[in-house]
Design a protein around this ligand. Structure first.
Ligand code: ZN
Length: 176
């Protein structure tokens, strides 16, 4: 297992649509393990493969609280097959948008069809934070970030801040 570099906005890599996984083989399993390790180290509660630069429809999540045992969830080719009319609002963050948060409205419940770690087809009936998180991650697979739901003004403000932070980071790294 290895910790991979998380790609942050603005970066065109994050906007590329991820491809369907044909088979959950050893390569995909080791990708999922790397993703989980990267997510725990960040730390975060969800990560899509595109965030480490791999354009495959793979997501990992773990919503266990800090004092609870780990509860890794693996989703290959996740797809929303039903969503509720009722919406809920959560303050979302994203490992690709460091230190940025915004209240985003999404369907409160959704049903997700996916393949698990062993490649077995499953259905998840999600609600609350799980539903929000999996919808956020599926957006990543389609090249969508939560800032896309904000007004143009708010979005450009956040991107400007991230650009500035990136530049400052680069400057730090070039000083010897
Ligand atoms: Zn994210």
């Amino acid at each position: 297992m290895a910790i991979r570099k998380i790609i942050t906005e603005p970066d065109p890599i994050l906007r590329i649509k991820s491809e369907l996984v044909k088979k959950v083989d050893g390569e995909i399993k080791s990708l999922m393990k790397d993703m989980l390790e990267t997510m725990y180290a960040a730390p975060g509660i969800g990560l899509a493969a595109v965030q480490i630069g791999v354009h495959k429809r793979v997501v990992v999540m773990d919503l266990a609280k800090d004092d609870s045992p780990k509860n890794p969830m693996y989703f290959v080719n996740p797809e929303v097959i039903w969503k509720s009319e009722k919406k809920s609002i959560y303050e979302e963050g994203c490992l690709s948008l460091p230190k940025q948060f915004a209240e985003i409205e999404r369907p409160e419940e959704c049903h997700i069809k996916y393949l698990d770690f062993e490649g077995k087809e499953r259905i998840l009936k999600a609600e609350g934070l799980v539903a929000t998180c999996i919808q956020h991650e599926i957006d990543h697979l389609n090249g969508v970030l939560f800032i896309d739901y904000l007004s143009k003004l708010k979005k450009s403000f956040i991107i400007k801040k991230l650009k500035k932070a990136k530049k400052e980071n680069e400057e730090v790294h070039t000083i010897f």
